[in-house]
Design a protein around this ligand. Sequence first.
Ligand code: ADP
Ligand code: ZN
Length: 216
Amino acid sequence: MEAVILLGAPGSGKGTVAEDLKASVRFEHVSTGDKLRDAVKAGSAVGLEAKAYMERGELVPDEVIIKIMDEVLRTGSPDARYMFDGFPRTVHQAEMLDRSLAGYGSKVSHVFLLDVPREVLVRRICGRRICRQCGAVYNIHTKQPKVAGVCDQCGSTDIYQRPDDNEETLNNRLDVFEQQTASLIAYYDQTGVLVRVPAEDRLETEEKILEYFKQS
Ligand code: ADP
Ligand code: ZN
């Protein structure tokens, strides 16, 4: 089992970068945000617990996240290579991930910190639109579907704005991110696995990350 982490503020492009990299590298992309949204949609126990936190832009409690991630590792293939996106978000989650991976004889090999100025983040997120059918991500400023209102990938016309992608919730999410990640960054810096990636330009970001995959 191998594990790398994409760390970055809301809107830093973690999800897009992970999906794009799949064209060149084999790995399982695990997004806790996607897993939580699926749970909310399904109305499961986890979803019911997570919903209110997500709507306020607060972090979902560690126990809930840990339950989800244990399930991922337990049911995955023993030689899987994971790319975690949106996880860990707290030092407590990072410690528990290290313990779980150790149980499989593995550890985190790289943590890519996607670095984007805050004003760019706000513009990106408030313009973000998502296909409800297939999860494809668009942006009213930078990446419109080829036919207005129709998803390029699946043809659905159900393209929506995430309820937490409004300016107020967003500012709270960015504050939470800054507070929580300062210690997380320190945690991974200590073990020497942290790689800072300037991430304003998507292609440059992906190239930089690919270099590390080629080395390992
Ligand atoms: P973003 O990074 O754009 O905020 P995500 O899809 O990663 O979006 O997360 C959406 C919401 O899901 C977060 O605001 C938070 O409430 C919850 N969430 C996702 N991952 C975690 C996590 N590892 N720990 C706690 N809460 C999480
Ligand atoms: Zn679609």
